[in-house]
Write a protein that binds this ligand. Structure first.
Ligand SMILES: C[S@@+](CC[C@H](N)C(=O)[O-])C[C@H]1O[C@@H](n2cnc3c(N)ncnc32)[C@H](O)[C@@H]1O
Length: 438
């Protein structure tokens, strides 16, 4: 088999994300999928370098601009990504010698046809490597927003918003949590295997497993190569799901035989959790907008071998007359800005804008206005997002309770990203009164 240059794959992935606008988890998944034969060490290097270069991009670009005669936004995309990933390795990967970083970057630039820029790449990276102790940052006291933005690589508009909503100290904790490496959280597919059996089978497969006490059947796993290489995953013994996101299933806590409509369900994490909780009884109707998305749900249903979930294509903005007042529980885990899951999808912070966030908050209201009509009198609506933005969360919940008095807000919780596990996530539970006011 032809040998692959791992730094070339890093470059290919970063170009897909930063130049072509692909989502980081999709780009990385595509490249890792295409080169499944890479050994564990190379896969880990690829993942860490791509994710690290992305999550530290604001800081890295500042460093490059401090030392380079050509500013970052004037560089050719290939050279820009070679230098960015080089700076990440120099600053954050102690295991890679500086000389190797510089030499490999120069070779890669030449291989990509930029022979005339070999000297530039070499000179810049060596200069940065010699001056890592002389990087200039904004002053913490005089420019706190700029300082937080540079140190934690978060766009200034987001830092400003969170400082206002959460205060200085909490904002810094949130920013720090996003940059902390965490294990993968999984949920045992309890209709297939007991948590105890799952734990021992994973350990037999060489995986490090830690129980996450607060949720039954939840574990934190690490030390594996990739999921498809695990027999327990292929057999559908567990589902990868964030700890915070599992709380939707815990709050919904369905009874056996319930009819649940999950209006924005792909790839199906919450739908399969609820189906698992109903032990083969009842029905979860898992809907999403496009056939592509619906197929992602089907893949999960098939892998987990569940018989009480059906995946259906349906636009949540269009009223489905046949569903009126039918559901015991409606799950509305709606499209959102995703600013709670930056630990896993760090590129979202560069893609999101204030304007897009406002449009999403409006879309959430529009969807809620339609799908509330599927809830039976006495039934429940669970609204959730994976963001920590008040406008999409508490403000939308208050608007909903005010606009539709047949519902009352039972409880709501904003979960902030945690160091060990758990994304930033929001859940609100509404109950529809038995006798409507309408
Ligand atoms: C936050 S994700 C859902 C995650 C899912 N609940 C899970 O746990 O795996 C939001 C989903 O909403 C879907 N979506 C966006 N607009 C929609 C619409 N108008 N109708 C139905 N689904 C929509 C997206 O395709 C996306 O899959």
């Amino acid at each position: 088999m032809a040998s692959v240059n791992i730094r070339e794959l890093v470059l290919e992935t970063l170009l897909l994300i930063n130049r072509d606008g692909e989502y980081s988890h999709i780009a990385l998944g595509q490249v890792l999928g295409k080169y499944q034969y890479l050994d564990k060490k190379d896969r880990a290097f690829l993942t860490r370098t791509v994710e690290g270069t992305l999550e530290r991009r604001i800081e890295i670009d500042r460093i490059i601009n401090q030392f380079s005669s050509v500013k970052i936004n004037k560089m050719k995309p290939v050279i820009r990504e070679i230098i960015r990933s080089g700076v990440y390795q120099l600053k954050y990967m102690d295991s890679v010698p500086a000389s190797a970083v510089c030499n490999e970057a120069v070779k890669l630039a030449a291989k990509k046809g930029f022979i005339n820029l070999k000297g530039f790449v070499n000179g810049l990276l060596r200069n940065i490597s010699r001056n890592l102790d002389h990087i200039e940052y904004p002053s913490k006291e005089e420019e706190p927003v700029q300082w937080l933005s540079a140190i934690y690589s978060m766009p200034e508009w987001i830092v400003r918003k969170w400082r206002k909503e959460y205060g200085e100290e909490k904002t810094e904790q949130i920013l720090k949590a996003f940059l902390t490496e965490r294990p993968t959280s999984i949920r045992c597919s309890c209709s297939k295997i007991t948590p105890k059996e799952l734990k021992s089978r994973l350990e037999e497969e060489g995986v490090t497993v830690k129980e996450y006490g607060e949720i039954p059947g939840a574990f934190l796993i690490s030390g594996y190569d990739y999921l498809d290489a695990l027999e327990t995953f292929r057999e559908g013994c567990f589902q990868v799901q964030d700890i915070s996101s599992m709380m939707v299933g815990e709050w919904a806590d369905p009874k056996e035989g319930d009819y649940i409509i999950d209006v924005c369900a792909a790839p199906g994490g919450k739908s399969v959790h609820l189906a698992d909780k109903m032990k083969g009884t009842g029905t979860v109707e898992a809907r999403d907008l496009t056939e592509y998305k619906v197929n992602l749900i089907r893949d999960n249903i098939e892998r987990l071998g569940l018989s009480n979930v059906v995946a259906v294509q349906q636009d949540a903005l269009e009223l489905n007359e046949t569903s009126l007042e039918k559901a015991d529980i409606v799950i509305a885990d709606l499209p959102c800005s995703g600013l709670g899951v930056l630990a896993k999808k760090s590129d979202l912070k560069y893609k999101m804008t204030e304007q897009m966030q406002k449009e999403l908050a409006k879309l959430q209201r529009d969807i809620l206005s339609v799908v509330r009509r599927y809830v039976k009198p006495g039934g429940r609506l669970i609204y959730s997002t994976c963001t920590i933005d008040r406008e999409e969360n508490e403000e939308n919940a208050a608007w909903f309770a005010d606009k539709f008095p047949e519902f009352h807000l039972v409880k709501q919780q904003q979960m902030l990203p945690e160091q060990e596990a758990g994304d930033g996530f929001y859940i609100a539970e509404f109950e529809r009164k038995k006798a409507d006011l309408e």
